[in-house]
Design a protein around this ligand. Structure first.
Ligand code: FAD
Length: 313
């Protein structure tokens, strides 16, 4: 039996967790896949091959607390004895399973794109911010695996409603020492960067906060979201939630438009899933052009408004 942690936003499962469930089903190869959700019962798991959904309930689960969630995973591990625990390779998925590994001494392989059961389990995982794929062997009675976002499609399985079992894990004060104390919603009604079909992204070359106006306009015309590089968030021109890259959001749009972004490895790590990359940069030697499907060498302050004007026309 495989246990999969499902992250959700107020009851809506995260796309990365649905991908983790598809990965878990493949790994289980027809065997049962149980899911664990914390706080409340997420909707829409009927199409994702979950035989039993465990809902961990506790007053403390109103806010994210990584050690507390890991305690819920450990409680199920002890009771259900799964052969593997799978979670999405998101910041939270990796954080929770790292806590589980520390508490149980079990081995953790993060950001896997494939895994074959066995003793040991063999995995292929993403390393170095996406620039290396590593084959590794995981030795241990239970493998803890997180799944690289966008590596496995969240293919639906035949519809069946999972059995739902609720439980209350025992939590200590220490489990709540680190917890989210405030949640600030990003721009109301905006398209989520992680799920946008088009991302218009700006780097240091945009020149400042005000320089993002034309990029916002282009994104709105294409029904997309605005992203940026770390140079931009470090300068305070955009919030961290907009950052794409190794230490930002991983995106997988149909089209990624990189404006004034040099193409550092840590930035490119976040857009490996993009189907088409259009780069606009004044430096013909910019590394971003090495990854681009379409390259425009020139000043973004002229080119972006020209694209906007043409789209409006
Ligand atoms: P620059 O490298 O300064 O590039 C600016 C580009 O704009 C240049 O290529 C220039 O030719 C072009 N330009 C200038 N003016 C114009 C113009 N008028 N028109 C067109 N082009 C123009 N970075 C991330 O983005 N995301 C991450 O998650 C991330 N994580 C990191 C993690 C670690 C541990 C470390 C060490 C670094 C990380 N970085 C990350 C930082 C990364 O290494 C780069 O420093 C950063 O991506 C550079 O941002 P940039 O391309 O906007 O700026």
């Amino acid at each position: 039996m495989i246990l999969c942690l499902v992250e959700h936003d107020r009851g809506t499962p995260d796309e990365a967790s649905l991908q983790a469930l598809a990965f878990a089903r493949r790994y289980a190869d027809g065997g049962p896949v149980h899911a664990l959700a914390v706080g409340l019962e997420p909707a829409g798991l009927d199409e994702h091959g979950v035989s039993t959904l465990h809902v961990a309930e506790h007053d403390a689960f109103g806010a994210y607390a990584p050690a507390a969630v890991s305690q819920a995973v450990v409680a199920l591990l002890e009771r259900l004895a799964p052969t593997a625990v799978v979670a999405a390779g998101t910041e939270r998925g990796n954080e929770v399973l790292a806590h589980v590994a520390a508490r149980t001494g079990l081995p953790l392989a993060a950001n896997c794109i494939a895994a074959t059961p066995g003793e040991p389990v063999s995995v292929t995982r993403v390393r170095w911010g996406g620039s290396l794929l590593e084959d590794a062997l995981v030795h241990g009675p239970v493998a803890l695996l997180t799944v690289q976002p966008h590596a496995v499609p969240a293919e639906p399985a035949p519809v069946r409603a999972p059995a739902v079992e609720r439980f209350t894990p025992e939590l200590s004060e220490q489990d709540l020492a680190v917890r989210v104390s405030e949640h600030v919603d990003a721009v109301e009604g905006g398209i989520s960067l992680a799920e946008a079909k088009v991302v218009v992204s700006g780097g240091r070359g945009v020149g400042g906060e005000a320089g993002f106006g034309p990029l916002e306009e282009l994104a709105a015309l294409l029904g997309g979201a605005v992203g940026c590089s770390r140079a931009v968030t470090s300068a305070g021109w955009r919030p961290h939630a907009d950052q794409v890259g190794q230490t930002g959001t991983k995106v997988a749009p149909e089209l990624y438009i990189a404006c004034g972004i040099s193409g550092a490895t840590q930035h490119v790590a976040g857009l490996k899933g993009a189907k088409t990359l259009l780069a606009i940069n004044s430096d013909p030697e910019a590394p971003i052009f090495g990854h681009a499907d379409y390259a425009v060498v020139g000043d973004l302050h002229e080119i972006v408004p020209a694209i906007v004007e043409e789209l409006r026309r």
